[in-house]
Design a protein around this ligand. Structure first.
Ligand SMILES: Nc1nc2c(ncn2[C@@H]2O[C@H](COP(=O)(O)OP(=O)(O)OP(=O)(O)O)[C@@H](O)[C@H]2O)c(=O)[nH]1
Ligand SMILES: [Mg+2]
Length: 354
């Protein structure tokens, strides 16, 4: 899963990125346009630990989240004056993600002295995503005028356009699996699952989400997480044994990183399926609602192409019964076809033929 960290200039994107990945990318220097920081984290998963204990494989691989920290252009943006905060390079890079996290500035900017205005930034960011999608759709519709026999696509794009005209992100538009596939190539940004991080000053980490932000999120059916990127970055930089004392000092339960990963999984609609064997025990991340054949494609395109069936046993059943043979006896071992919707915690063996 590749998660893009986006938002307006100086909202703390790079700071949050460092906090999550433990990297030391420069902050406060205005990240250069076009420069994307990439970082990978392993997703803690007790199921993988347990299965690894049972199978004793040569290799144990946790699911990974790749974070991409996007720069924002220098001179424009969160001023509400219509300046675009997302240039075309950034937009193209953002289309290559599975999900987006918007970092919203909740602290006063020390350099510009500007006080925070999260609702304004949320509203403007949303408009930017809608506009970026609208531009793509209009271009395509224009081209379709000259073509015949593309009624299906035209009608679908008209529906998308209408939603955008009504200021509804495409993620709110109910689409069939077929329709989703038909528009997948556009990489529409307002269809990406979105999570909001309100990045607050050090003194506000104990405050609840401000009511105005809460209302905005509810109206958009989005969830948000409040944290202080600056503090979290310091925590990430400490030796593990020093972290707890630091957290205790601040009266915090745990580093936001773990909360973030759990919330990101849930909010961004990600689940994991597992593969087991003597070679490797591994967790794979997919979006909820992914079919077995597409999940197979995560592992290898050959497995997707030559898919015969999926042999599935759920993790809970597996640990309850202790082995695949016992699961078979108990009728917990299933043969599923291409269209089976993979569930979180499914242990899968794919049968395929190439
Ligand atoms: N007080 C406070 N300052 C923060 C916090 N997070 C970030 N900052 C400061 O805000 C400034 C910008 O932070 P960055 O992380 O570089 O912001 P950015 O969004 O990556 O900026 P660009 O890449 O230039 O768009 C820096 O001076 C940070 O130290 C925070 O939680 N509290
Ligand atoms: Mg930055």
């Amino acid at each position: 899963m590749k998660v893009g960290i986006a938002g307006f200039p100086r909202s703390g994107k790079t700071t949050v990125f460092n906090a999550l990945t433990g990297q030391h990318a420069e902050v406060g220097g205005f990240t250069e346009p076009g420069k994307v920081h990439l970082g990978v984290i392993k997703v803690p998963d007790p199921r993988v630990d347990r299965l690894s204990g049972i199978f004793n494989p040569r290799k144990t691989t946790y699911a990974e989240i790749i974070f991409a920290d996007f720069p924002a252009p220098h001179s424009t943006g969160a001023d509400g004056q219509g300046g675009s905060a997302l240039d075309t390079v950034t937009l193209t890079q953002m289309r290559e993600t599975d999900a987006l996290v918007q970092v919203v500035r909740g602290f006063a900017d020390e350099v510009t002295g500007e006080s925070p205005n999260p609702v304004r930034d949320l509203t403007n960011f949303k408009s930017e995503l809608l506009l970026a999608d609208l531009v793509l759709i209009e271009k395509r519709l224009d081209r379709l005028k000259k073509e015949t026999g593309k009624e299906y696509e035209r009608a679908l794009l008209e529906r998308c356009k209408q939603a955008l005209d009504e200021e509804r992100p495409l993620r709110q538009l109910p689409l069939t699996t077929e329709e989703v596939a038909a528009i997948a190539g556009f990489g529409f940004l307002s269809r990406r699952p979105l999570m909001v991080v309100l990045n607050v000053g050090e003194s506000q980490v104990h405050d609840p989400m401000p009511a105005a932000v809460e209302d905005w999120l509810r109206a958009e059916a989005l969830e948000g997480l409040l944290l202080s990127g600056k503090i979290e970055m310091e925590i990430a930089g400490l030796e593990p044994e020093d972290r707890q004392a630091f957290l205790d000092d601040l009266g915090l339960q745990a580093a936001a990183r773990d909360r973030f990963v759990t919330a990101a999984y849930r909010l961004l609609d990600q689940i994991s399926f597992l593969t087991t064997g003597e070679d490797e025990v591994r967790a794979w991340t997919i979006r909820r609602g992914t079919t077995a054949v597409k999940a197979a494609g995560k592992i290898h395109s050959d497995i997707e192409r030559g898919f015969i069936r999926a042999e599935v046993v759920h993790y809970e059943d597996f640990v309850r019964h202790g082995s695949e043979a016992k699961c078979r006896e108990a009728g917990k071992f299933r043969l599923e076809g291409k269209e089976y919707l993979v569930q979180d915690g499914d242990i899968i063996h794919f049968r395929f033929n190439v």
